[in-house]
Design a protein around this ligand. Sequence first.
Ligand code: NAP
Length: 241
Amino acid sequence: MDNKIALITGASRGIGAVCAKTLARDGFDIWANYRSNDEYAQKMKNEIEQLGRKCKLLKFDVADAEAVENALSPLLEKEIPFCVVNNAGFRKDALLVWMKEEEWKSVLSVALDGYFNITKTVLPFMLRNRKGRIINITSMSAVLGVPGQANYSAAKAGLIGATKSLAVETAKRNILVNAIAPGFIGTEMLEGLPMEEIIKNIPLGRTGKPEDVAEMAAFLASEKCQYITGQVFQISGGLGA
Ligand code: NAP
């Protein structure tokens, strides 16, 4: 693999930061996007540099098309990532009857506009290179009914559709597009959830670790993965089995 750059959105903390470190371990230099948390982003960058890899910090909101274009276009003139991990996301839970328009739109926008803005900017370069990997972090909420997550479930289900469609569009150019659907993974995103109750429904009886997701991303980004595209991998401790 001669081109080893991975662009990871939402890489300052949680699953994205561990994906960045895991891909760096596997030899990738990292372009790490985040939105606000400079301190966490710098810490993650230092850890990657300790592994002997380069890390560019790219601070922008993935839902802002102009910001994405401004940040990525100058870099893409010089180097092309082999792998993109569309990971940035957040949840704003509310029962639909009380959900505000902003809660609906912002959650859809970070997942779907974010995916569109990032992928559309990088894809022409990947197509020209005739190789690449796109990994979309969706959620078990896309496939299970979760009360209070109509916005998040819709966004993440949309991302599964977008994954499958793009996989078929780009297969002939050797670009593999897959999704990972985590269940409950121990990050700040779980704050405020009734975990004691939730864990009772997870067959393995515990939450997952960001590493569980990152190792699947590392496999999908690796040379070992050659004949898999358009798939959704559930990392959920048996939830949804
Ligand atoms: P997290 O710990 O809350 O981290 C979220 C990351 O996304 C942070 O780096 C944050 O940057 C970044 N981010 C948020 N909005 C952004 C935006 N508009 N533009 C750019 N970056 C943005 O979340 P996580 O648990 O690691 O989740 C990562 C992904 O996995 C998300 O897509 C989430 O939906 C999905 N997921 C998580 C779980 C879980 O149980 N944790 C389960 C299923 C799916 P700043 O810190 O700079 O704001």
